[in-house]
Design a protein around this ligand. Structure first.
Ligand SMILES: [Zn+2]
Length: 253
């Protein structure tokens, strides 16, 4: 039964991701209410209306080899990957019975990632709401438990100050949104999770930068959107759960 509901959570995650991706795309492209919700999906390039079987998250991408059947427009690989990460995250949170606040957390990360990938920028309002919710949740937990819940706020603050100083010294400031998200996360994750997350995040974003440099698509000075990597790292963190410390230990030490 547990496996059955885990699978349901996975499918729900895929569908939700696909829905939010479409919603953000529509808001972002100036769709008016009620078109945001009711207008059928279509190809971003040629406008071909998409049939139901062309809208199945991940599967349609694989079946149609990531292309529009009419104009051959290549759908960014980002879409199926981001959908898969949300599906795996939601299944993992359910499977390991993790704190339900992580469902909210991963959806926020998904949204940040969407904007950062396209604009290298995240709407300040979404970051503010995320920070506000993190603080409220932390305070509520403190009241309910009558003690300070496990968190890594001290590491979070230390890291933010470090990033800020590093930005000043290197004259290349780290994004304000990135720093604030890292700070908010430190309220919601315990020390073990937070440190594993930072390791994963630095590892993945550095690996990606090196691949870009190797392919001559970037230099050491080019900036890479970081929130998609935070989102991906969070997904891996939830998926591996307790095993993460051991795996990271084996890789890095
Ligand atoms: Zn098309």
């Amino acid at each position: 039964m547990h496996i059955y509901f885990t699978f349901i959570s996975f499918v729900l995650g895929l569908v939700l991701a696909s829905f939010i991706n479409a919603l953000l795309y529509r808001i972002d492209n100036g769709y008016k209410y009620p078109d945001i919700f009711i207008k059928g999906s279509h190809c971003e390039k040629c406008g071909k209306a998409l049939k139901t079987y062309e809208l199945i998250p991940v599967l349609s991408f694989i079946i149609f080899k990531g292309k529009c059947s009419k104009c051959g427009y290549k759908v960014p690989l980002y879409y199926p990957i981001s959908e898969l990460i949300l599906g795996i995250s939601m299944a993992s949170i359910y499977y390991y019975s993790l704190d339900p606040i992580y469902y909210v957390l991963i959806i926020f990360m998904f949204t940040f990632s969407y904007f950062d990938r396209i604009y290298k920028w995240v709407p300040q309002i979404t970051v503010n709401i995320f920070l506000g919710l993190s603080v409220i949740y932390f305070l509520l937990q403190s009241l309910i438990q009558d003690s300070i819940p496990e968190n890594s706020i001290l590491i979070g603050i230390g890291l933010s100050v470090f990033i800020w100083v590093l930005g000043k010294v290197m004259k290349k400031p780290f994004g304000k949104g990135d720093t604030l998200v890292l700070l908010g996360l430190s309220l919601l994750l315990n020390v073990q999770m937070y440190i594993s997350f930072i390791y994963l995040f630095i590892f993945l974003s550095t690996l990606y930068s090196l691949i870009l440099i190797a392919k001559k698509k970037g230099t050491f000075k080019s900036s890479v959107p970081l929130l998609p990597f935070m989102y991906g790292s969070m997904g891996i963190l939830f998926f591996l759960n307790e095993n993460i410390t051991e795996i990271i230990g084996n890789i890095f030490y």
